[in-house]
Design a protein around this ligand. Structure first.
Ligand code: DQA
Length: 143
């Protein structure tokens, strides 16, 4: 079966209790559960991984080559800082869609710059958890 990888970066394990006015009340585990159901209905599989450690995210991106048809990636704060994650994305042949729950362009100016977006297939920002589902839909339709 065709597979997608959902990657979430630092602090996203705290979804639901972290700044709920910015990020909403939904927990990451419930998003993961619903997203698995969403792709399964379309005969796809989803693996999910969250880490607060840059190197672990890099390892998962490296391992994705040949294994996944696409990656849905919320890199959290690393979006704005990580040359190493950008290089990892550039090193594999798997399309990546960058997802942000909040609209980063309505927020502090340091969030307006993504080091990763230029090497991603696309970016979704500001649609809350729905962004993960739209990214999954786009990657499945590309196949
Ligand atoms: C975020 C936006 C980032 O700027 C922030 O550092 C996060 C979450 C989002 O989903 O809106 O951790 O990626």
């Amino acid at each position: 079966m065709k597979r997608l990888l959902l990657l979430n970066g630092p602090n996203l394990n705290l979804l639901g209790k972290r700044e709920p006015d910015v990020y909403g009340h939904t927990t990451l585990s419930s998003i993961v559960e619903e997203l698995k159901i969403y792709v399964k209905k379309r005969q796809w599989e989803l693996d999910a991984f969250q880490s607060n450690h840059e190197g672990e995210l890099i390892d998962r991106i490296h391992q994705s080559d040949g294994k996944y048809k696409g990656i849905i990636f919320n890199p959290g704060g690393y979006t704005h800082t990580s040359v190493a994650l950008r290089d990892a994305i550039s090193s594999v042949d798997v399309p990546v869609i960058e997802v942000h729950l909040s609209n980063v362009y309505q927020r502090e100016s340091f969030r307006h710059k993504s080091l990763l977006a230029p090497v991603c297939r696309g970016q979704i920002s500001g649609l809350g958890a729905k962004g993960y589902f739209l990214a999954a839909q786009a990657l499945m339709e590309e196949e």
